[in-house]
Design a protein around this ligand. Structure first.
Ligand code: ADP
Length: 273
């Protein structure tokens, strides 16, 4: 066990009393190691697209591709794609930093879940169309409401909906439902995709993890989406979990505390708007 010793003298009458303080540094070492790992992953994730951009633009700038307009065009297109990837990565990284270091203040207000789910579905309709997936909401129990930050909860639902679309078969259906569970509201997003591979289940919410690393290029993810989603749900005092049977799809659950009776007036007001 790594320890740190400190001796603290205290005069007691004519004598000195010494107190020996022993700090267990295990936790501090663990946090430092996690930070190191995070920095080296970020370094790698940012460097990969940057190296590719630099290589492709180097050929263009050096005139190497002047005699091959089609190759030149594809080098530029590749650079553009990688710029977009860098943009997504940087946004995700800034976001995760803000959420974890509590800089992101939540703008809490009572939110009716029916309206929230409808908004999330509308926001993701274009994405669903792209994957030829149908989005459906099951009506929430009347008056079901939580105290939350609307934009952040929409971000949570959008992350889950976009994953559900990405991993659904074409013509598949993604269903969002709300039901009471252990005194809280459970919002579930169910798809009919391949589910989460058993060996990957323990890492789903970890940063930069993907069951299949080829997904990054094919589907444009960063492996940060669910880490951000979990951090946001936890900032709301909630919990995120999933059920998955291989081949039968994945269901992600977000459990959130309901708006309390003293938020009641505001809930009614929100309902009327
Ligand atoms: P990404 O940005 O790659 O989507 P996420 O953190 O959102 O990153 O997801 C991490 C990984 O979890 C995905 O790459 C995928 O392997 C798996 N995953 C997430 N949602 C689903 C789902 N609905 N069905 C199957 N696998 C999923």
């Amino acid at each position: 066990v790594p320890i740190e010793l400190a001796l603290s003298p205290l005069p007691v009458g004519e004598r000195m009393r010494y107190t020996l303080i022993i700090h267990d540094l295990t936790e501090r070492h663990k946090v430092n190691r996690m930070k190191d790992e995070f920095i080296s992953t970020v370094n790698h994730e940012l460097r990969t697209p940057l190296t590719s951009i630099k290589g492709a633009l180097g050929l263009v700038v050096g005139g190497v591709l002047d005699a091959h307009p089609d190759k030149k065009a594809s080098a530029l297109a590749l650079s553009y794609d990688n710029c977009q990837r860098l943009e997504v990565l940087i946004n995700d990284l800034l976001d995760i930093g803000k959420i974890q270091y509590a800089e992101a203040q939540l703008q809490l207000q009572p939110l009716l879940l029916d309206a929230l789910v409808d908004k999330a579905l509308a926001m993701n309709q274009g994405y669903a169309d792209k994957f030829e997936v149908r989005l459906r909401a099951v009506a929430a129990p009347e008056g079901a409401a939580v105290l939350g930050d609307e934009n952040r909860l929409l971000q949570v639902l959008s992350n889950l909906l976009s994953n559900a679309c990405k991993y659904s078969p074409t013509q598949g259906e993604v269903v969002v439902s709300v039901e009471p569970r252990q005194g809280q509201w459970r919002i579930s997003v169910a798809d009919s995709g391949p589910g989460i591979p058993v060996e990957f289940q323990a890492q789903v919410f970890e940063r930069f993890t993907q069951a299949d690393s080829s997904d990054t290029r094919r589907l444009g993810g960063t492996g940060l989406g669910l880490a951000i989603t979990r951090a946001l749900v936890e900032r709301h005092g909630g919990r995120i979990s999933f059920d998955s049977l291989p081949g039968e799809g994945a269901v992600f659950h977000v459990d959130l505390p309901g708006a309390r009776p003293q938020d009641g007036d505001a809930v009614v007001k929100a309902a009327g708007t």
